[in-house]
Ligand binder design. Structure first.
Ligand code: FES
Ligand SMILES: [Fe+2]
Length: 399
């Protein structure tokens, strides 16, 4: 049949696209939104330990504007930026021994939002205990400050991780706040889920990172892998197997709910358990950043995992070089500020993405039913979380 005569020849034009839609329940991170409430059942890193000091620092997390500081007694505090008196920002406040003092009328708040002084009021404020600056609990671990922004009665224990607790010879824990693993700048202008889904998409490694843009990582990553996806007690585990030089290379990656990237070194410097973990912090619905903590042998080892293209860092490349060597940043930001789910066409290789979306939706349903989501614990004596993730090599089994 002459296809040019087919009545179907003009189908599939852009004119047929239906109004764009995204799955708001999975992407919106604000309070009272389904995903926003799920995210608020977990601890999130909101800064490096050194970010909390005597100068108020702006933090934006889960769509909320906050101020981080450290009082004279060394306690880190995280409070809403808007002063509860008449709303100016505490960014211009002064950090003192007992807390942070608002610049406008001098109300003084401690790290838990208690109002300690109201200098314009009779006798320093007789009713000052009636107001409280909105605040969040914080804890420090692995060189990071973690915040819990959810319902106080559901506050879980801040988890420990075996890969950051048990060192091999000469190792120590190093942290990075440059959004290592994001492939671009510190603040990445698209929805966090676009990045998180990438963790369970091992096939893109063989295209985006190994052939399309030249070999960004180890050549061991270039072969198209055999892949299995599995639900774990923490999230989704991806097992990718490649045959390299007569050996079998197993790469196990985990997406741990809600935002953890447990990704072994893509440069495959050594065959070992996972070295580092990354927390994807949704800043708001259309931007995110990544905090990383990992075992290092030399200061700066973590940063050396960062991709270079023709010897250049992402920020030193021209627009034309970005077009020739796109990486994760270009692919994910290229999906738009929030990707349009109604225009996607899923294929076999997207099974991991479907699995993590279903699992996140399951957790949303669980908290809406009044229960606690996967991975949280209230037992302060619980042991560290042990991941399966890593790069492992095996001589070829005889067939
Ligand atoms: S607005 Fe902060 S003390 Fe008045
Ligand atoms: Fe990638």
């Amino acid at each position: 049949m002459d296809v040019t005569q087919s009545p179907r020849r003009d189908e599939g034009t852009g004119y047929e696209i239906r109004p764009p839609q995204y799955k708001s329940e999975l992407v919106q991170v604000g309070r009272s939104k389904p995903m926003g409430e799920l995210l608020r059942r977990y601890w999130h890193p909101i800064g490096l330990a050194s970010d909390a000091n005597g100068t108020p620092r702006k933090v934006r997390a889960l769509g909320e504007d906050l101020i981080l500081f450290r009082d004279g007694a060394g306690r880190a505090g995280l409070v809403h930026a808007r002063c509860c008196h008449r709303g100016t920002t505490l960014y211009y406040g002064k950090v003192e021994a007992r807390g942070i003092r608002c610049c406008y009328h001098g109300w003084l708040f401690d790290t838990q939002g208690h109002c300690l002084e109201q200098p314009c009021e009779p006798q320093g404020g007789l009713f000052r205990e009636k107001v409280r600056q909105p605040w969040y609990p914080v804890e420090e671990r692995y060189g990071l400050i973690f915040a819990y922004m959810g319902p106080p009665e559901r506050k879980p224990v801040l988890p420990r991780y075996h890969c950051l607790e048990v060192m091999d010879d000469g190792e120590f824990v190093e942290t990075d706040d440059s959004s290592l693993g994001g492939g671009g700048p510190q603040i990445i202008p698209c929805n966090w889920l676009q990045h998180y889904e990438n963790v369970v998409d091992p096939f893109h490694v063989s295209v985006l990172h190994a052939s399309f843009s030249g070999a960004q990582f180890s050549m061991a990553m270039a072969a198209m892998p055999e892949v299995t996806f599995e639900r774990s007690p923490r999230g989704v585990t991806v097992r990718a197997t490649r045959k390299v030089d007569g050996k079998t290379f197993h790469r196990v990656t985990e997406a741990v709910i809600p935002t953890l990237r447990v990704v072994p070194n893509p440069r495959v410097a050594q065959f070992t358990r996972v070295e580092s973990i990354g927390w994807v912090l949704p800043i708001d619905d259309t931007s995110f950043r990544i905090y990383v903590a990992g075992r290092s042998k030399h200061p700066g080892d973590l940063g050396r995992m960062r991709s270079k293209f023709e010897g250049k860092f992402w920020w030193d490349m021209t627009e034309e070089e970005h077009q020739r060597h796109p990486g994760d940043y270009e692919a994910q930001v290229g999906q738009g500020p929030i990707t349009i789910h109604s225009e996607e066409h899923f294929a076999q290789s997207d099974r991991g993405v479907l699995m993590i979306r279903r699992m996140l939706q399951d957790q949303i349903n669980i908290i809406e039913a009044g229960r606690d989501p996967i991975g949280v614990t209230f037992d302060p004596n619980v042991g560290p979380v042990v991941f399966e993730a890593g790069n492992y090599i095996r001589e070829h089994e005889r067939e």
